[in-house]
Design a protein around this ligand. Structure first.
Ligand code: FES
Length: 101
């Protein structure tokens, strides 16, 4: 397993998501009430950038057609049978890391 630094905690204000690269893979780091989570960057419906959606609590609403996902688990809220991939986040000091297999 390796740990990759992807951004600083200061670059992801509370209640927002920021798209970053994990190697060449775009992901979104979310700040939910001071806790950080990471998911796939694109909506599984038609590929919209989820970082442009609105985050309400743990749920992001896609900016294109309104699908909703819990960013802490990846679970679809609407529709419930869709998932976002989630990535394990580790915060150390002011840096945010993703643990990769
Ligand atoms: S692209 Fe996200 S709901 Fe359609």
């Amino acid at each position: 397993m390796s740990r990759i630094r992807i951004t600083s905690i200061h670059d992801v204000p509370e209640g927002t998501g920021r798209e970053v690269l994990l190697g060449r893979i775009p992901i979104v780091v979310w700040n939910v009430a001071g806790r950080f989570h990471a998911t796939t960057a694109r909506c599984p419906h038609e590929d919209a950038p989820l970082c442009n959606g609105s985050l309400d609590g743990t749920v992001v609403t896609c900016p294109m057609h309104g699908w909703r996902f819990d960013v802490t688990t990846g679970q679809g809220v609407m529709p419930p049978d869709r998932l976002l991939r989630v990535y394990p986040v580790h915060v150390e000091g002011e840096s945010i890391y993703i643990d990769t297999a």
